[in-house]
Design a protein around this ligand. Structure first.
Ligand code: FMN
Length: 184
């Protein structure tokens, strides 16, 4: 099995989510030396908008299903996720492979893996904050991977990145603390 390292920030070398996802993968590689690291950079090699004509892209789903741990760099852009990341999600939800509907309703088929969401945002949207209801990024991703049956979804968050130097440093410190504490 693998560690799948996904990035979707358009901000290149200045991207915060790319720096944090790299740090998380490096930490996890030390904990799991037997897992191979597989890279998917959704900006360097974008997936097209999903179309009905294309149908399921087995290669993208197979890559996800081969992963024991998936680290997803997921910035907030315009209150949601980058469109590059949405195109990837669109290829993971495949009826009969990653989920199915039965008499009890939907059943996710992707349990047994961990998804680590590296959430970066300029403002503050975490639970209890005045703008929490404007978060269509973490909530979307949690709902999506939960629907696929991934019970172990964790967040590495750096928020308030646009609120000045002190807020940015505190956010980065908090995210790196979360990474250091990843035990499995
Ligand atoms: C196109 C774009 C849209 C953004 N939209 C939001 C937003 O809706 N809310 C917010 O708090 N920050 C927003 N930001 C700020 C980013 O969340 C912030 O720059 C963060 O560092 C992005 O992660 P990255 O550095 O990995 O790209 C936006 C940034 C960009 C480039």
């Amino acid at each position: 099995m693998t560690i799948l390292h996904v990035d979707s920030s358009i901000q290149g070398d200045t991207s915060v989510s790319r720096a944090l996802s790299r740090a998380a993968v490096s930490h996890l590689a030390g904990l799991h030396p037997a897992l191979a690291i597989v890279r998917r950079d959704l900006v360097a090699a974008p997936l097209a908008h999903f179309t009905a004509a294309e149908g399921a892209d087995a290669a993208v789903l197979d890559e996800f299903l081969a992963a024991r741990i998936v680290v997803v760099g997921a910035p907030m852009y315009n209150f949601g996720i980058p469109s590059q990341l949405k195109s990837w999600l669109d290829r993971l939800a495949v009826p009969g492979r990653s989920f199915r509907y039965g008499p009890q309703g939907p059943e996710g088929l992707c349990g047994g893996r961990t998804v680590l969401l590296v959430s970066t945002r300029g403002g503050v949207f975490s639970d209890g904050s005045p703008r929490a209801e404007m978060d269509h990024q973490e909530g979307h991703l949690r709902a999506f991977f939960g629907f696929l049956g991934v019970a172990d979804v964790r967040i590495i968050r750096a928020e308030g990145l646009a609120l000045g130097e002190a807020a940015q440093q505190a956010a980065l410190q908090a995210a790196h603390d979360t990474i250091r504490q990843l035990a499995a």
